[in-house]
Design a protein around this ligand. Structure first.
Ligand code: SF4
Length: 711
């Protein structure tokens, strides 16, 4: 028996065919009918069935304890949810609705995201819900909003075959978005004139297969993009008519980028001025200019400015809303975009509405028939939640309880020693997860077993706005339940039964589609039946509307802004004259090196899934530190030697890998290894700093000051 579904790892959102043998064995292969991957899968996707067949780490039953010195004990679902509801009610009565919070995940299905958002914002009366997408995409979200009027990725994967210049900045798609990268490589192989430019302080596999690698100093992306903007203006590569007709802010932008000469910019970036000139020439002469970026741009204390500086290049050249052209933020997680659509961030409401907009709040309150007013201020974001749990000073945020769903913050948050202390201090911690390998289980008062991939139905939206249906193929083990059902059961225990009396995920999805009516994210034309018939569609997709038009054969909206009418109030896109400074943690004599963190090819996030697959572990079985031979020599460090990396907040001990793939002054540590099940000494986020971008609240993972010594 075969089933079509979607890979649950990254935002590429590859279609997968799962085959069930009569003996129960599963196999997987790429779905040739899925437009996103056309049958291809990367190493993680090809090995997904092993994570399903190995159930040795599964949480099977609800567990509870009355204090954390006791062992967790098996209880019934009713007992676990009734106690949690009683604790939540007591805290809310005593300290107000902001005393509780949900921390969710880009792994959640759209229905789960929608329902937990409805519960806390519309019924508990707090905006304290945030997602690990805050650590990933929130700088891109704010960049899009400020430039284009809304969090809207304008392009699609088919633009790859239409482009002739790819500007890849702060991303390593060869490892982290492999199927997109294979499409780019195939396109270049068939069209040798196509140019790929990679901007990255590290010589990654992406950089190695690019035509031009710009190994800039960490934190100088804006300097580079502004210099390219200056050259595009000076060389006459801008689209004057497009700017006059559709763009605001050009005068201020031109003044800003003219402040620095190309020689100064090259010096600051630590690269050759001719490389900047070549980049500008290639972009300026291209017919299709596609930029791709991820965490090197987003995970920064100036992440929003970095995003704006890149989107600016598309606006001044008019390279947006046309085939092969546009800014393309590569989504990290499989459903980070679906979560944003339904309002799964502390500052937004469903269909990209804003919690600070009274009209938006009123629309949603009416739709939900909310018994409370939706709070008019953003709730606590990811890192703010953990800071609040630790802070009991008078006047501090009153957060006492946190419910963590399908994410492992004690590996993935920055400054983990502080995050761990915060969770210890929390009055009440609920962990809802698939796996007992989540590091948070050790701190939980209640553990709720969730159904995994293939064990529940729902939808996800990938990086190109493509919604795909995921069927239930297997029964969940033990008493594990779909996340959406856990939330509606809990809401019923809280006394909100009338508004949470669902029987199926399809009912939840239908309700969500109706709240999008008339918005830029309108998906009123989408249903499970439609998705089963069409396999996938791209939003917007209004009922009977233009989303189903001839351009895409009824498969939705391939590109946004093709009419050059943007989502701002005056329909004009906005250029932003962004300063090129960086406000990261300073280096000094004690901590002279910059540490950057990131993914490796065959692991996914905190390794709760990929860490169990021996084939995937073979690529890099242990954490390691990449350091330049010159920096190593100065410190007496040999290749393969155990070293201690010390920062202002903690230390890590791993083996050194001497390589010229990192710039002198920079070192790299993979982000995947945690403390409890993997390797205490390799937990990269012991070292990362708590700085965040002031607008996106995204952490500065890519720039922490450290020292490295032989151990
Ligand atoms: Fe899964 Fe991403 Fe690999 Fe596709 S590219 S198979 S979505 S991990």
């Amino acid at each position: 028996m075969t089933h079509q579904t979607t890979c649950c790892y990254c935002g590429v959102g590859c279609g997968i065919v799962v085959r069930q043998e009569p003996n129960g064995r599963l196999t997987v292969e790429g779905d040739k009918d899925h437009p996103s991957n056309q049958g291809m899968l990367c190493s993680k996707g090809m090995n997904l069935h092993y994570t399903v067949m190995d159930q040795s780490d599964r949480l099977l039953y609800p567990q509870m304890r009355l204090n954390r010195s006791m062992p967790l004990q098996r209880v019934s679902w009713d007992t676990a949810l009734e106690r949690t509801a009683a604790v939540f009610r007591t805290l809310i009565q005593k300290y107000g609705p902001d005393s509780v919070a949900f921390y969710v995940s880009g792994q959640c299905l759209t229905e789960e995201y929608y329902l937990v958002n409805k519960l806390i914002k519309g019924f508990i009366g707090s905006n304290n819900i945030d997602t690990n997408s805050r650590l990933c995409m929130s700088s891109a979200v704010v960049g899009y909003k400020l430039s284009l009027g809304e969090d809207s990725v304008p392009v699609c994967y088919d633009d790859i075959e239409e482009a002739d210049v790819f500007y890849v900045q702060g991303a390593n798609p060869a490892w982290c978005h492999p199927i997109i990268w294979r499409r780019i490589e195939a396109h270049k192989a068939a069209n040798p004139h196509v140019k790929i430019i990679c901007v990255d302080p590290r010589r990654t596999d992406t950089a190695r297969s690019s035509d031009l690698h710009l190994p800039i100093r960490p934190g100088t992306d804006i300097v580079l993009n502004n210099a390219i903007g200056r050259l595009l203006i000076e060389k006459g590569y801008i689209d004057d008519e497009f700017i006059v007709d559709h763009i605001d802010g050009f005068t201020a932008y031109r003044e800003q980028v003219m402040q620095r000469t190309i020689a100064e910019a090259a010096d600051l970036c630590g690269i050759d001025a001719d490389a900047i000139r070549t980049t500008a020439e290639w972009i300026g002469r291209s017919k299709g200019f596609l930029s791709l970026w991820t965490m090197g741009m987003n995970q920064s204390v100036v992440g929003v400015n970095k995003n704006l500086s890149l989107i600016n290049l598309h606006l001044i050249t008019g390279r947006i809303g046309k085939p092969g052209n546009g800014p393309f933020s590569l989504t990290g997680q499989p459903n980070a975009m679906g979560g944003r659509e339904v309002g799964g961030l502390a500052n937004v409401l469903p269909a990209h509405r804003d919690v600070t907009n009274p009209a938006h709040r009123a629309e949603v309150e009416t739709f939900w028939n909310s018994p409370v007013k939706i709070a008019d201020k953003p709730g606590l974001t990811a890192t703010e939640m953990f800071e609040a749990l630790a802070d009991d000073r008078p006047g501090a945020a009153p957060l006492k309880a946190i419910w963590i769903i399908n994410t492992n913050p004690l590996v993935s948050l920055p400054d983990l020693n502080a995050a761990e202390s915060a969770l210890k201090k929390a009055r009440y911690v609920v962990v809802q997860d698939v796996s007992n390998r989540a590091d948070t289980v050790a701190f939980a008062d209640v553990v709720l077993p969730a159904a995994a991939w293939l064990e529940k139905e729902g939808t996800m939206t990938n990086a190109e706005r493509r919604i795909t249906y995921l069927p239930k193929v297997l029964n969940a083990p033990g008493e594990a339940l779909p996340d959406v059902e856990i939330i509606w059961r809990f809401a019923q225990k809280m006394g909100f039964g009338d508004a949470f009396s669902y029987n199926t995920a399809a009912e939840v999805y239908h309700e969500y589609t109706q709240i999008t009516a008339g918005t830029n994210v309108d998906v009123t034309g989408v249903s499970y039946e439609l998705l089963k018939a069409k396999r996938s569609v791209q939003w917007p997709y209004p009922a009977g509307g233009w989303g189903q038009g001839a351009e895409s054969g009824g498969a939705g909206t391939k590109r946004l802004f093709t009419d050059h009418s943007f989502y701002t109030t005056n329909q004009r896109a906005q250029l932003h004259a962004v300063p090129d400074g960086n406000n990261s943690e300073p280096t000094d004599d004690d901590f002279p090196l910059v540490l950057t963190t990131g993914r490796i090819r065959d692991q996914w996030h905190t390794m709760t899934k990929t860490g169990r697959v021996s084939r995937l572990n073979q690529h890099a079985p242990q954490p390691f530190l990449q350091i330049h031979p010159k920096d190593a020599e100065e410190r007496g460090i040999q290749h393969g030697q155990l070293v201690e990396i010390k920062g202002r907040r903690g230390e890590v001990r791993v083996k050194a890998q001497l390589t010229e793939d990192v710039r002198p002054g920079l070192c790299f540590l993979p982000m995947h290894w945690g403390k409890f099940l993997n390797n205490t000494l390799g937990r990269a986020n012991n070292l990362t700093n708590p700085l965040i971008d002031p607008r996106s609240k995204e952490p500065d993972f890519k720039f922490s000051a450290v020292q490295v010594t032989p151990y």
